[in-house]
Design a protein around this ligand. Structure first.
Ligand SMILES: C[S@@+](CC[C@H](N)C(=O)[O-])C[C@H]1O[C@@H](n2cnc3c(N)ncnc32)[C@H](O)[C@@H]1O
Length: 363
């Protein structure tokens, strides 16, 4: 019930403070004496006796004035917090300025370089530090899971080109080829019968060979070759792995009537298209040595992004990156695949579109 309905007299009796101006204290809540003096000055028509209580401006309703809640003052930041915040902002802007200046300097240097298209020889010098160099960024981007998912799709006679330091080795299913079911319960063939590892850099191949021997000491159907991916011949009929002399490509049928051993069932390549001088020709060649019906080419690559601002950064710094690391990181992987003429079975992209996963088949 409001004060007006109870009645001012009753409230006074009960000694409940009534809303409205206090008669004993002429200064309103929230007003100072100087405020009151200002009010007096603004009402020149009112004759003010020095003993008379100060009068309110004519239009002010004292009841409403008194009922208005006290305005809450915003919480004030302590001087210490303000200092910390100020120093933080200053440090942050200095760091951003430094980054931007370094980026501009790098771009200038990068654009001034004359870098050949073929930078694949860089890996001969970086092989020993390659794993340490890429470890952190691969962890942050969770590339291990992407490699695993890709390589677990490899089956039959497998060829991995641009194998590098064998960063995919641990994900192969080398339990031999067998029947199984996929995640949807459909029948599929699983496991690798043989594996052939190929890379242009002898230093890289040597590291893969050592790692493989440690991981799979019992597995005999493996071959390591220093070779251009564009020149890999079809696999050997007997072992399923590559031989130095096998260059013809006759089709043979095994006891089950399947085409066997003159093609690879699966070709794997991870982060390889960025490093080779003619990636389209390489893909076309790989298509010719992949089993035509059920064979697959599995790619995990990096290149251009979905976003133009990021592509601009990749373009600006590409010559310096290629010169140092042997990789053109601004290639359009989609365009390369289209030009290869291979059929796209599946494609996925991550990391602003810079990481590309393809499942391809020959046409
Ligand atoms: C960025 S590394 C990737 C290594 C590895 N596949 C991985 O995912 O970590 C690129 C590799 O491709 C190899 N390479 C470059 N051009 C090649 C070619 N034409 N044929 C075969 N390997 C090539 C390089 O020697 C290097 O080992």
């Amino acid at each position: 019930m409001s004060a007006s309905r109870i009645g001012r007299g009753a409230l006074k009796k009960a000694q409940i403070p009534t809303p409205g101006p206090s008669r004993t204290n002429p200064i309103q809540a929230g007003q100072t004496r100087s405020d009151t003096w200002q009010m007096r000055k603004q009402t020149p028509l009112t004759k003010i006796s020095p003993h008379a209580p100060p009068s309110l401006p004519k239009r002010a309703n004292p009841h409403l004035l008194n009922l208005r809640p006290e305005p809450e003052s915003p919480p004030r930041m302590s001087p210490r917090a303000m200092t910390v915040l100020g120093v933080g902002v200053l440090a942050m802007s200095t760091y951003c300025g430094y980054l931007y200046a370094s980026y501009r300097r790098e771009v200038r240097q990068s654009q001034a370089l004359e870098v050949p298209v073929d930078v694949s020889d860089r890996y001969n010098h970086t092989a020993s530090s390659f794993d340490a160099d890429v470890e952190m960024s691969e962890k942050l981007m969770r590339m291990g899971a992407k490699r695993r998912e890709l390589v677990q799709g490899a089956r039959g006679n497998v060829l991995e080109v641009s194998c590098g330091t064998g960063r995919n080795l641990e994900y192969y299913d080398l339990g031999g080829e067998r029947r199984g079911v996929d995640e949807q319960g459909r029948a599929e063939r699983k496991g690798c019968r043989s594996v052939t590892f190929v890379d242009l850099s002898p230093q890289m191949v040597e590291i893969t060979r050592e790692k493989f021997a440690r991981l799979y000491p019992q597995f005999g159907r493996v071959v390591f070759r220093v070779q251009d991916a564009r020149e890999v011949p079809p696999p050997d009929t007997v072992t399923g792995t590559a031989t130095a002399t096998a260059t013809s490509r006759p089709t043979t049928n095994d006891a089950n009537g399947e085409q066997a051993a003159r093609y690879y069932d699966t070709i794997v390549q991870t982060m390889g298209l960025c490093s080779m001088p003619d990636p389209v020709a390489t893909l076309r060649h790989l298509g010719t040595i992949t089993e035509p019906q059920r064979g697959r080419i599995l790619l995990l690559e990096h290149g251009r992004s979905h976003y133009e601002w990021l592509n601009r950064i990749l373009d600006n710094l590409a010559p310096a990156h290629a010169d140092r690391h042997g990789c053109w990181w601004n290639r359009d992987i989609g365009q390369i695949v289209r030009e290869s003429g291979l059929e796209v079975v599946d494609v996925q992209r991550w990391h602003f579109g810079t990481t590309w996963r393809y499942v391809l088949r020959p046409v």
